[in-house]
Ligand binder design. Structure first.
Ligand SMILES: Cc1cc2nc3c(=O)[nH]c(=O)nc-3n(C[C@H](O)[C@H](O)[C@H](O)COP(=O)(O)OP(=O)(O)OC[C@H]3O[C@@H](n4cnc5c(N)ncnc54)[C@H](O)[C@@H]3O)c2cc1C
Length: 390
């Protein structure tokens, strides 16, 4: 399929990156289905990602990465290619950035020098632990605490549905503490082998994912384990989302593209009532509507990622729009593609069935659609400003 890259005007560097990601995806094609069925790290997939060197995109060059800064458009383009091939590969790549970016923007030099080169080389796996049983979209509700005792930090609490938990070597963890007489949110960098840290698998999802619940049972850490300014956690969390939320849109575009290619191949070759499915108007409409959805989502995604490249925090609303548009489009597209493929769309663990299941969580994590729409609508009304009095 001739996509919009050439109309969007991606440069040689971006095209080379897409080819690099495509080479990685091709090299793991044989193990993609097996890895996507796993809720633990697939060693072969980890080795392939390590050998590709692509994880270095997640870290600034100064600390062993590639570009001077983490580039949201580069991350987005790579995720688009990887997700089409394997959701396991895509999330392993994404988590190296999502889990480490707070260190990049808020860490001390010592923290950066210690962790970031290891993240870039994949020697270390990263994780970001925000969610708890009673704190999903509403992160202010976290109840994991940090307290200071005898000059050390003590962390208590439980996190749930944390990607890479059990595999990650550290978790950037959102905690609550009393500061200046009131509750405040802070980040601490918890090495997974610290005494008192334990993990267990989260409930198995319809689309398997490396996911765990984590207990912090009086974990004692040095004061240097603080990440960023006490009480200012949300600033670092927002910086992370500002770079990586749009990359979920990139992954959704890749997934939708993969599903559409499956359905288009089927519609060309399968005949019913004496002609290919493609020649039946309603089927053609399903395909055409889906291609429109994919191309619109891709354009908004690239536009948002390019804006984030210039000013990630300033472009956060556009990233939210791209994330909502692309993940909702991916769900619509993959549902139509299953319909085009008839019973073949329902065969367990076939590529189309995997896409069907994998599309669903994307509308919930890194900002559920409804929550993002609240922010988008609020920004719209603020930009339009007050109207004339009626
Ligand atoms: C595959 C996967 C990987 C994940 N990885 C991580 C991870 O690495 N780290 C981590 O910290 N968390 C992770 N999570 C958790 C994820 O971030 C949460 O699931 C997400 O934030 C939504 O929270 P929730 O599931 O508790 O839903 P809820 O917040 O309970 O929301 C339920 C529904 O209510 C809607 N809703 C909630 N509040 C509002 C509102 N104010 N207005 C309108 N609608 C609203 C939501 O849109 C949603 O439809 C992961 C989840 C999944 C599925």
């Amino acid at each position: 399929m001739d996509f919009t890259e050439k109309w969007f005007g991606l440069g040689a560097a971006e095209r080379a990156l897409q080819e690099e990601a495509a080479a990685l995806t091709a090299s793991v094609a044989d193990i993609a289905a097996e890895a996507d069925a796993m809720s633990e790290i697939h060693p072969g997939m980890r080795e392939a990602l390590r050998a590709s060197g692509l994880a270095a995109l997640m870290v600034p060059a100064e600390f062993g990465g590639r570009g001077a800064q983490v580039d949201p458009l580069a991350v987005c383009l790579v995720r688009e290619v990887l997700m089409k091939g394997s959701s396991h590969l895509d999330s392993m790549f994404a988590l190296q950035g999502i889990g480490s970016y707070a260190i990049t923007v808020g860490g001390t030099d010592e923290q950066r020098r210690h962790w970031l080169p290891r993240v870039a080389s994949m020697e270390t796996l990263a994780g970001l632990a925000l969610t708890e049983d009673n704190a999903g979209s509403d992160l202010k509700n976290v109840s994991t605490t940090v307290t200071e005792k005898d000059g050390e930090l003590v962390v208590h609490g439980e996190k749930s549905f944390i990607s890479n938990a059990g595999a990650a070597d550290f978790l950037v963890t959102l905690v609550k503490e009393e500061l200046d007489g009131g509750p405040a949110l802070s980040l601490v960098l918890v090495p997974s082998d610290a005494p008192g840290v334990s993990t267990r698998p989260s409930p198995e999802l319809i689309a398997p994912h490396v996911l765990g619940d984590v207990s912090f049972d009086g974990v004692v850490l040095p004061p240097q384990a603080r990440l960023g300014v006490p009480g200012k956690a949300m600033s670092l969390v927002l910086s992370t989302l500002a770079v990586f939320r749009v990359s979920v849109a990139g992954a959704a575009v890749g997934l939708a593209t993969g599903a559409l290619e499956e359905a288009a191949r089927h519609a060309r070759t399968r005949e019913q009532f004496g002609r290919p499915l493609l020649k039946h108007g309603p089927v053609a409409q399903l395909l055409a509507d889906s291609w429109n959805d994919v191309e619109m989502a891709r354009l908004l995604t690239y536009q948002a990622a390019s804006a984030a490249r210039e000013d990630a925090r300033g472009a956060l609303n556009r990233s939210s729009m791209a994330k909502v548009a692309a993940t909702e489009a991916a769900s619509r597209v993959v549902d139509r593609c299953v319909q085009v493929m008839g019973r073949w769309g329902l065969v367990a663990n076939s590529p189309i069935e995997r896409y069907y299941r994998q599309a669903r969580p994307m509308r919930l994590y890194e900002g559920a659609s409804e929550v993002l729409k609240l922010g988008i609508a609020t920004t719209l009304c603020a930009e339009v400003g007050p109207g004339a009095a009626r």
